[in-house]
Design a protein around this ligand. Sequence first.
Ligand code: DNO
Length: 400
Amino acid sequence: MIPKMKKTWRWYGPEDPIPLDYIKQTGAEGIVTALHHIPNGQVWTVDQINKRKNEIENNGLKWNVVESLPVHEDIKTMEGNYLKLIENYKQSMTNLSLCGINTICYNFMPVLDWTRTSLNLKNKDNSFSLEYNFDAIRAFDLYILKRKEAFLEYSKNQIQKAKKYFDQLSQLQRSELTENILSGLPGSEETYSIDLFKKKIKKYKNIDSNKFKDNLINFLNLIIPHAKSNDIMMCIHPDDPPFSIFSLPRVVSNERDLNCIFKEIPDINNGLTFCTGSLGVSKKNDLNLIFNKFAKRIHFIHLRNIISDFDGNFRESNHLEGDVNMFEIVKKIINEQISRVSQNKSNKCIPMRPDHGNKILDDIGKLNINPGYSAIGRLKALAEIRGLELGIVNSIKNET
Ligand code: DNO
């Protein structure tokens, strides 16, 4: 038997406008979620985890992956009571494992989680995508945040373009841009005012990428042995986008970063969320190579596509159309799963979720929508990926 990926769907909990009962109709077998109502740094108790787990199971689904167990900012900067916060983190890991949830996704991006400048970029077919635009980011940085150093960091040409961009924005568009960046996209957990954001950025004044990488390795040295003894697969999510924003360090962006993280702590429990959209934004990232190199420690997959231009601006695209060769990636995943079967490994069906979807059809105009997480856009993505996978699996069967 050729194993297929475990199809999952991100659900934001009882507040999510898409109920569990609908998710079953999408072809997803499992749920990816988190206890979003618990503030970063607090322990997730067994009771709270079980309550959510039962809710999912009562709807005939399974909670396959936690996304995310958020890492508190004080752990990232190694300040204040970060050791206690790490103890809390480990306790949440133990509790999740006691409840039978053993795959945990997390990220190590400073201050911000994933970032986009527009949540409603209109495509030619009148659907809507998420977008990351450098002029918009720089306009925000220079003229809304007014970060002084930014004027020294950007080139003259970049500043001119940002100014032009900023000048043509209406007041409403400026507020929208600010909100998109500071209010946190779904799953980001943190929301900032301009002042608070500035304060948070300042904390990184003396933390360059080398220091930040050390902090990450320190954290991993403390949690991975714990993951190992609790049978947990930790899967770090790559930076999204995979480069520094507002001069903040980002250290999970490319093959070199991943190499360092996995070389330092080689246990298989120190794993990766292979996110095609995040890694795929950088033309320097060779997804095939990254997949091959870290295949055995890929415990969770986000499939998403993007189209980027020469300046690095990108928009999210249909899953089978874009810079990421989805066919090649899915083929690689299936081959990795086949190799896990031959090695008698238990994790032969890697959980995968269609990451984001465009707003299409009846998604459009709905007020209550998590950006990137509309029902029909993701349903389309999942259906396309399932078809692609079935085709590949059948063609391998016919060959053998
Ligand atoms: C965006 C997501 C991120 C991701 C976290 C993982 O859609 O991929 O929110 O969940 O960065 O920790």
